[in-house]
Write a protein that binds this ligand. Structure first.
Ligand SMILES: Nc1ncnc2c1ncn2[C@@H]1O[C@H](COP(=O)(O)OP(=O)(O)OP(=O)(O)O)[C@@H](O)[C@H]1O
Ligand SMILES: [Mg+2]
Length: 214
């Protein structure tokens, strides 16, 4: 049985794709201890840099993940190959989904779209959602870097609702732990397992697993 391919995509740069991809991969592997692979198709290579830091800090054989890179249509082939031996394949993509991320969106069982709660971010998101729809791939929005007590966040949640896009109820706050842990090749679940950010990730992964039915 093939594993589940989750592609993290969002046209808007800096929306949190790489951070979410790394956190999803580690959280999915911690959750039930199933094999998880990460695939970086972004030529910026940020996820690869994170993975190298992870190998340095945990040791090459203790990262808990398999890591690969691919480009162009090779991404689809690589993702499907990884899915034969992993329960989940998490793909990090570059911004500009139309050209570079298309094969990864095409290969995905689900597209995960991080979005910061601002109107400009929602405009950019429409292109990503439409691309996923054209490929016939269901997409979930994840509100990311949500500030505490902002009325704009509720307005954005309402706008997403009205647009008919599917969003996860779980949200990730704007928390320095996400950035700080990534710098050391880790995640918030490892750097601060009893913190708020780790609790947000746990809620996100359990909702995601429930909704993708895997
Ligand atoms: N939930 C969060 N709380 C605080 N900071 C965050 C959060 N998510 C991401 N960031 C920070 O936002 C910045 C952009 O994140 P990231 O690199 O993951 O985005 P990206 O979408 O992959 O960017 P690009 O489009 O360049 O690939 C980084 O500095 C990251 O540490
Ligand atoms: Mg990135």
């Amino acid at each position: 049985m093939a594993g589940h391919i989750l592609t993290v995509a969002q046209q808007k740069g800096g929306s949190g794709k790489t951070t979410l991809a790394a956190h999803l991969a580690v959280a999915l592997s911690q959750n039930g201890g199933q094999p998880v692979a990460v695939l970086d198709v972004d030529p910026q290579g940020s996820l690869g840099t994170w993975f190298e830091a992870r190998e340095e800090s945990l040791g090459e054989h203790a990262t808990g993940l398999e890591f690969k890179t691919a480009s162009g249509w090779g991404a689809r082939r690589e993702a499907r190959a990884l899915a034969r031996s992993h329960a989940f394949v998490v793909i990090d993509t570059p911004p500009k989904t139309d050209t570079d991320a298309k094969p990864a969106i095409d290969a995905a069982d689900h597209v995960i779209v991080p979005i910061q709660p601002t109107p400009v971010d929602l405009w950019a998101t429409e292109q990503t959602i439409q691309l996923a729809a054209r490929e016939g791939t269901p997409a979930f929005l994840v509100l990311n870097r949500v500030p505490p007590r902002a009325s704009l966040t509720q307005e954005m949640a309402d706008a997403i609702n009205a647009s008919g896009y599917e969003a996860l109820e779980a949200r990730l706050g704007n928390r320095t732990g996400f950035a700080a842990s990534m710098g050391k090749g880790r995640t918030v679940m490892e750097a601060a397992p009893s913190g708020k950010a780790a609790a947000e990730m746990a809620a996100l992964v359990s909702e995601l697993i429930r909704r993708i039915g895997s």
